[in-house]
Design a protein around this ligand. Structure first.
Ligand code: SF4
Length: 399
């Protein structure tokens, strides 16, 4: 109550007390309407209890929201530190100087950083920069500070993360095993409350994590890359074999479930390795030319490699489908419950908040939550406070 920066409105106090009384003892599921003030209530109640907070959001662009509320809490006398944590794609200063193409992916920037970090001036400068911010930092503020000091913003945020009371971050960091492992090097989950904002999105994010696709169009682009690479008959044969197999397997059907072993019967490990090696060469060459380090050959090789690791797991499915002349082979990962269920027990406490969690039993089932306490804040709006409007030309893009 001391920390909450506003006057409680209807039902906010109930949610605040619910979190304060139960967080850490049970996972909490809370459904409250949009605009209710879920962020400041949850943040204040957990800070009041002590411990750190890892606040996870669906997309990187939403990480600033809890940090803005933390600033409000500090205006009322709080002394908390917080950080809007972003991935390398949003943070890397060097890639902005060296790569001219704009649509660069997370994977591209990781590849770029791996190969450039050793000589990166921003990373070197960071070795001698040990200042800890004295206030919560929004993404733009951290980037601005890093530009001014000529330090790497990505590794700077990792350096200061252990001093933060609140870290706001993308869902992928808790769902992806490797990212979670890297996160655990900068915070101790047993000392940290995990808040999952807009938690109804979890299952879709988890489904997308190991899902991927290749197509006959991407194989055609891979042939174009082979022309640039020069003499590579082995790679040509592998891609041609894959192309023919996809066509013959689907035959006249529009869509079918595919047993991935049938691909593996024809394409062996050394062939997959060669695709990855050649694709890596293409990525490096493109990077040197200031282009996005993308390669269709690499993508196909990596798809086959990852699929080989996963294909016999329960919950992994392969679908081959036709879209006009293009044939698309998709890998679907439907193990959301299994993947997510392993995460919740790691933390000091879990709080799932959303405007739409119901039916909550189905939600808990899908996200692998075995037991929980549930609070539903009713959506009571007086009739004379409602004004309906239809407005043209409004989008959800925040334009
Ligand atoms: S160390 Fe930082 S600035 Fe340098 S390449 Fe990696 S992410 Fe980019």
């Amino acid at each position: 109550m001391k920390i909450f920066p506003y006057r409680f409105r209807e039902n906010q106090r109930e949610m605040y007390d619910f979190i304060e009384d139960n967080a850490g003892d049970y996972p909490l599921c809370i459904q409250a309407p949009t605009g209710f003030g879920k962020t400041p209530v949850t943040l204040s109640a957990l800070l009041e209890k002590g411990g750190k907070i890892l606040w996870v959001v669906r997309t990187g662009t939403e990480t600033d929201r809890p940090v803005e509320e933390l600033k409000k809490i500090n205006e009322k006398g709080g002394e908390f530190l917080g950080l809007s944590f972003r991935g390398k794609r949003d943070m890397c200063l060097l890639v902005r100087e060296k790569i001219t193409e704009s649509s660069i992916s997370y994977e591209d920037v990781s590849f770029f950083c791996e190969r450039n970090m050793k000589n990166c001036i921003y990373k070197k400068n960071l070795d001698d920069f040990n200042t800890i911010p004295d206030r919560p930092m929004l993404y733009s503020e951290l980037l601005e500070l890093s530009r001014r000091e000529r330090i790497c913003p990505y590794y700077y945020q990792r350096k200061i993360a252990p001093y933060m009371d609140v870290i706001s971050i993308n869902y992928n960091y808790i769902i992806n095993e490797n990212m979670l492992w890297s996160l655990r090097r900068i915070l101790d989950p047993k000392e940290t409350y995990l808040v999952i904002d807009e938690a109804h999105n979890l299952q879709f994010i988890a489904m997308n994590l190991n899902s991927d696709s290749i197509s006959t169009n991407s194989i055609s682009r891979a042939f174009d890359e082979l022309n640039i690479l020069g003499n590579s008959p082995g790679l040509y044969d592998t891609l041609r074999k894959l192309q023919i197999m996809l066509s013959s397997l689907i035959s006249r059907k529009k869509e079918m479930r595919l047993e991935f072993e049938r691909i593996l019967d024809e394409i062996d490990d050394p062939q997959i390795e060669n695709l990855i090696k050649a694709g890596t060469r293409i990525r490096s060459n493109r990077m040197k030319e200031g282009k996005r380090p993308f390669s269709s050959i690499y993508h196909i090789g990596n798809f086959l490699y990852q699929s080989k690791l996963l294909y016999d797991e329960e919950g992994i499915a392969f679908i081959l489908r036709r879209e006009k002349k293009n044939l698309i082979l998709e890998r679907w990962d439907m193990r959301a419950s299994e993947i997510l269920g392993k995460v919740w027990g790691l933390f000091k406490g879990d709080v799932f908040i959303s405007g739409t969690l119901e039916p909550v039993d189905a939600f808990s089932d899908v996200v692998g939550l075995k037991s929980y306490r549930y609070l539903k804040i009713p959506h009571d709006v007086e009739e004379n406070n409602i004004k309906s409007m239809i407005i043209n030309g409004v989008s959800t893009r925040g334009e």
